[in-house]
Design a binder for this molecule. Sequence first.
Ligand code: ZN
Length: 121
Amino acid sequence: MLCKRIFNKFGGIMEEEAIKIVSAELLKGAKMLPTHCPKCGYPLFEKDGKVYCPICEKLKNEDTSEEKDTEKSDLDINEILTEKINYLAEKLKDEKEISRIKEIGEALYILVKIKKKMVKK
Ligand SMILES: [Zn+2]
């Protein structure tokens, strides 16, 4: 998969960790955008009008690991994910531009992946 390949370039961050970061953003109320980060290939997020890449920001702040426990997030992420997946799928249905289809598809791919991880645990 494309994302994985790009990710291996980083070496520093595992896909597993990336998924955790992305889901934490969703829980914080950030919106996943259909556009992706040119550096890492993961979807960009928007919160309070600010567009950012949580993965790259995380990599930047790697040494200052004052991370809050994302484990105890008992919010229904599954429900949020389903909602977003449906939203993206709906968008994908009407999209005719190839580059956008690719973007939405990638975002969908990530979401479905996160969802799978959630169910597993
Ligand atoms: Zn990035």
